[in-house]
Design a protein around this ligand. Structure first.
Ligand SMILES: [Zn+2]
Length: 202
């Protein structure tokens, strides 16, 4: 009926966690806000999208070619923690205990959904391992079946490079994504990580 309003609602619905009801509430709220507030919000979205790129090494969001973690002299480059997405890096960083670096995979393997190794940043990880010779790869992918498949795939992949492959300790609830795990559990899981013995799972 009011075309621009409906257009706004339809666009808001495409955002994660926003259903039709929330989209309408947000759209009507925006209409009531002063015009300059809405302009600032719109500009902030455009700026973030334009200025934030992905780190050329770990693929975490960054303002510079190399992110703050990759370019820090205080991080231990012999430890690479493999995570699904950029927000997982922020989740682990919040605990403040991990001193290694990361690799953002961009998802987990799910052949049925068409997520094959070439869809993830696995080739980039293999290249990093060949160039950086880390001592340990920590698989921080959460507790889903797809995460497990991915962990075993990665363990096999780096086998010949002589890299120790560990996963976060078993305390993580099955099927749970990292962002929903409380900080104490995640901190413990990080400290008490275990080696992946993939031969046993054949
Ligand atoms: Zn980085």
């Amino acid at each position: 009926m009011i075309a621009p309003l409906e257009e706004l609602v339809e666009l808001l619905i495409t955002l994660p966690t926003i259903g039709r009801k929330s989209a309408w509430r947000l759209a009507l709220h925006l209409l009531d806000r002063p015009e300059e507030d809405v302009e600032r919000l719109a500009q902030a979205i455009i700026d973030a999208r334009k200025k934030i790129i992905k780190c050329g090494r770990c693929f975490m969001y960054s303002e510079t070619d190399l992110c703050a973690i990759c370019s820090s002299a205080r991080r231990d480059r012999s430890l690479i923690c493999v995570v699904e997405k950029s927000s997982d890096v922020l989740t682990i960083e919040k605990i403040g205990r991990y001193r290694g670096v990361y690799h953002v995979l961009g998802g987990v393997l799910s052949p049925l959904a068409g997520i094959t190794p070439d869809k993830l940043r696995i080739a980039e990880l293999a290249k990093r391992i060949a160039g950086e010779h880390p001592a340990e790869l920590i698989i921080g992918l959460g507790g889903s079946a797809e995460a497990e498949t991915t962990a075993v795939y990665l363990a096999r992949l780096v086998r010949s490079a002589g890299v120790r492959v560990t996963r976060l300790a078993r305390g993580l609830p099955a099927g749970m994504e990292l962002e929903y795990v409380d900080q104490i559990t995640l901190g413990q899981a990080l400290n008490e990580r275990t080696d992946i013995h993939y031969e046993e799972q054949d």
